[in-house]
Design a binder for this molecule. Structure first.
Ligand code: ZN
Length: 93
């Protein structure tokens, strides 16, 4: 049961409802390599390529790698958002 007053819910249903997600290793956003990190769309955990204490290196992302979601938030909100999980690609890009 999802608590709709959860502090992490800030309107993500406007852009993350029923989207396709895929588990990937974090890399810099291809369309803007100047970004060196991203945040979980819900709890703001940090995704980075570099090693730093507490940062995440993999998680669920939208297929354009614009939105990232950590494993904990994925588990908490997957039913509410009805995400479709896309299997990992068998071949690298
Ligand atoms: Zn999170």
């Amino acid at each position: 049961m999802v608590d709709l007053s959860d502090w992490r819910l800030t309107g993500q249903e406007n852009y993350l409802l029923e989207v396709e997600l895929q588990w990937r290793t974090y890399r810099r956003y291809p369309k803007n390599p100047a970004w060196d990190h991203d945040h979980c769309s819900f709890c703001w955990a940090t995704f980075m390529v570099e090693e730093h204490p507490g940062v995440l290196h993999e998680g669920f992302c939208t297929l354009d790698e614009y939105h990232w979601i950590c494993a904990d938030c994925f588990d908490d909100f997957r039913e509410l958002f009805r995400w479709r999980v896309v299997p990992p690609r068998s071949r690298g890009v």
